[in-house]
Design a protein around this ligand. Structure first.
Ligand SMILES: C[S@@+](CC[C@H](N)C(=O)[O-])C[C@H]1O[C@@H](n2cnc3c(N)ncnc32)[C@H](O)[C@@H]1O
Length: 221
């Protein structure tokens, strides 16, 4: 098993052939969560007003190496964090990373196809879902194969122009009335995603590089 270390948001995470190598564009997803939590993400930057509860429950879907969930666990002490992935091999690396950073939470990772194995009750519904799910369309001829060669197909590709899994997640979020969604997609997909999300009662709040932040139409921001 060929493991190496990759920096994400200032911390070195283990990666191997079963997980996506964390990308710099995903770091802006963390910035957006901190924004909703009312925390400054750079020294000297004034924080936005907090819109998440004081002790938010945040679910990371498609956690891979665990870089998003573990970074949030370490940065948002009051938050409850959970993370899912469909790949058992990926979750083994995520667990190894959790251990590396002293995150000792037996309930942090759940093996699940999207939200399938997450138990929802009125008291147990995430305030925010974050996800960097696979969004590459196999037909994109402008993606250089060498930039993706160390990443597993399961972490990269999706049908329906790359949007199949993200759209399914939006459907599931609507079903469980999740208030906020922070999603990563290629900028060329943002317009299509905004239209789809709108049809499922999610309004676009902001875009930041590859990252889109949505809120549910019936909730105030
Ligand atoms: C693009 S990678 C992102 C990994 C990590 N979150 C990051 O940002 O570096 C997508 C992850 O989603 C997982 N995945 C693919 N299909 C899934 C599904 N149906 N349900 C849950 N996870 C899935 C893959 O195994 C992979 O770990």
């Amino acid at each position: 098993m060929n493991e190496s270390l990759i920096n994400f948001y200032g911390r070195d995470f283990f990666v191997n052939q079963h997980v996506l190598t964390p990308r710099p564009e995903t770091e802006q997803l963390i910035d957006e969560v901190l924004n909703l939590a009312g925390k400054p993400y750079l020294p000297g930057i004034k924080s936005a007003p907090r819109v998440l509860p004081k002790n938010p429950y945040i679910l990371d879907v498609g956690t891979g190496s665990g870089c998003i969930a573990i970074t949030l666990r370490l940065m948002l002490k009051n938050a409850r964090i959970q993370a899912t992935d469909i790949s058992k091999d990926a979750l083994e690396i995520a667990q190894k990373n959790a251990k590396k950073f002293g995150v000792d939470d037996p309930h942090l990772f759940i093996i699940s196809n999207l939200l399938e194995n997450v138990k929802f009750t009125p008291e147990n519904t995430p305030d925010l879902i974050v996800a960097n799910l696979p969004y590459v369309d196999k037909n994109w001829d402008w993606v250089k194969p060498e930039t993706l060669k160390s990443d597993p197909d399961l972490a990269l590709y999706a049908e329906d122009g790359g949007l199949e899994l993200i759209k399914k997640l939006i459907d599931e979020a609507e079903k469980y009335q999740i208030k906020y969604l922070i999603l990563e997609a290629d900028p060329c997909q943002h317009q299509a995603l905004e239209t789809y999300a709108e049809s499922k009662n999610y309004h676009l709040k902001t875009t930041n590089g590859f990252i889109l932040t949505f809120y549910r139409k019936y909730d105030t921001i």
